[in-house]
Design a protein around this ligand. Structure first.
Ligand code: BG6
Length: 509
């Protein structure tokens, strides 16, 4: 196990939802698992006037997000954890002199022996990132003369290529790139990391992982939920910015990348950037029209209950054309992937919550059992990211009896079968990596920019053309015509929440 140095985690935006919902529970799990260093302190900072005690109550003692965990814990364990947590009020503005904050950090550092090692976690709107980085740096808190300093930033990393570059340039004025950790929580998912292992720790997949054997690649990210209380944010963002530019292109890069020389952060990230740069950027209107589909959910009745349409959601413009469904077909211009189409879609308010990668293999070159129904039974490798995490291979077997009738059978592996292993939550894993200085699962500046290079023209086209925004009833697999994108190949594989169920399979309860 890697050693974690003594350190302090300073969270900006600490009174916000993310701290209580994700960060503190992740830190608590690290604490319970014995992963925190001997000397470790969390310092929350934001614009709310709270004492250390108030903050501890809010994020630990009275937190609904920790309630279940704390039920099982002894009082002295809870107290020991809560006592690691402190709070500082930044006043009315994040863009202010951080003298008081710096004093608090210095005092906590000497009282708790955190060896001048600080992580600054920015859980604030991105418009504040540069100002916060500047104010941290003005107090010499970004300097690594004594101890290391790291900056974790949450998505979105920009709103477009230009704003992403501005953000990167802004942060680079105060922090060097190796100090910056851009969090993409999908990279914290075990099953996303397992894409690397499936490909590069086995000798049976990689020889087939190319245009000679793969017919097309399909990635689905579906959510059954709507925009919930985030309508205000989402309406300015849309599915392409919210999920595709970051999480889904990260998955794409892991599917597309060449084998890295080794497993260190830069070796892996270099290959991911190369992969993203090889996506063929679509620029002309005809290509964009033929290869992209956007849509928005409209109200419907699910399980007997009326569900709001997107335009009725809180914080959403009643005339909004923001997409809650996006499907993109594209090609990868390199030796390995020439002419292999990739189909990627993401949406809210679909029938179920599921994320999976499906590698569709070509049919055998010479078909002996041509009349036996094998044609539509080409092999598939399904990598299930969530839920029912696992891997499924679909292959042909002979139906017992006379002749050669072929049926498709499943060979499956489920993560749940490794029950003894505690699977870390994404934030838990990512925080621990940052605490240990491992940036492998964080996005690098050039990676983020390469993703925007691909996405920008699509967004521009959608904004400036009269490309239709289709409607789909909440609770279905997007608009009917999304199948047109896959024309000639078939249809999207509409997965069930269970990995091995075939499309069309229905789980009633
Ligand atoms: C977030 C998006 O990054 O990811 C949300 O902003 C989305 O809109 C969420 O719901 C999905 O994450 P997960 O881990 O539940 O698939």
């Amino acid at each position: 196990m890697k050693k974690t140095a003594n350190q302090m985690l300073v969270i900006f935006g600490a009174s916000g939802d993310l701290t209580a919902r994700k960060l503190v529970p992740a830190i608590y799990n690290l604490f319970k698992g014995g992963h925190l260093p001997e000397n470790f302190v969390v310092l929350g900072a934001s614009r709310s006037n709270l004492s250390d005690e108030d903050f501890r109550k809010r994020v630990v003692l009275e937190s609904s997000y920790l309630k279940n965990d704390l039920k099982e814990a002894a009082a002295d364990v809870i107290e020991a954890f809560a006592n690691k947590i402190f709070y500082t009020d930044l006043g009315s503005d994040y863009d202010t002199e951080y003298t008081q904050l710096a004093e608090r950090i210095t005092t906590l550092n000497s009282e708790h022996g955190t060896d001048h090692n600080y992580i600054f976690y920015l859980s604030t709107p991105p418009s504040l990132y540069e100002a916060i980085a500047k104010n941290i740096s003005e107090q010499q808190l970004a300097s690594e003369e004594k101890g290391w300093k790291r900056l974790i930033v949450e998505k979105p990393f920009g709103y477009s290529l230009e704003t992403a570059k501005q953000l990167n340039d802004g942060l680079h004025k105060y922090f060097k790139e190796p100090q910056i950790y851009r969090i993409d929580h999908y990279l914290g998912k075990e099953t996303v990391q397992n894409l690397l292992v499936t490909r590069f720790a086995n000798s049976i997949f990689e020889p087939l992982w190319n245009r000679n054997y793969i017919h097309h690649v399909e990635i689905t990210n579906a959510e059954s939920g709507g925009v919930e209380k985030r309508g205000g944010y989402y309406d300015k963002s849309g599915a392409l910015r919210d999920m595709f530019q970051n999480h889904l292109l990260q998955i794409v890069s892991l599917v597309v990348m060449e084998p890295p020389i080794g497993a260190n952060a830069e070796e892996i990230r270099n290959e991911k950037v190369k992969a993203l740069k090889s996506l063929r950027v679509m620029r002309d209107a005809k290509t964009l029209h033929e290869n992209t589909i956007r849509a928005q959910y409209v109200s419907s009745t699910i399980d007997g209950e009326r569900v709001n349409g997107y335009r009725e959601e809180e914080g959403v413009d009643p005339d909004s054309t923001t997409e809650t469904f996006a499907a993109i077909k594209f090609f990868v211009d390199n030796w390995r992937w020439a002419d292999v189409p990739f189909y990627v879609r993401t949406a809210k308010r679909m029938p179920t919550k599921v994320t999976e990668v499906v590698i569709h293999f070509k049919s055998p070159h010479h078909q002996i059992f041509r009349d036996a129904g094998v044609n539509d039974k080409a092999n598939k490798l399904v990598i299930r990211i969530q839920p029912d995490e696992g891997i499924l291979i679909k292959f042909g077997v002979k139906v017992p009896g006379q002749g050669f009738k072929v049926e498709r059978a499943n060979l499956d592996f489920y993560y749940s079968s490794l029950a003894e292993t505690h699977v870390m939550e994404a934030y838990e894993r990512l925080l621990l990596d940052a605490m240990q200085g491992d940036a492998t699962l964080y996005a690098r500046a050039d990676e983020v920019e390469a993703a925007w290079e691909f996405v920008d023209p699509i967004l521009e086209y959608w904004k400036n053309s009269d490309e239709k925004v289709y409607g789909y009833s909440a609770g279905v697999w997007g608009p009917e015509n999304s199948h047109d994108l896959i024309e000639g190949i078939g249809e999207w594989r509409n997965p069930s929440k269970n990995l091995a169920d075939d499309p069309g399979f229905c789980v009633i309860c």
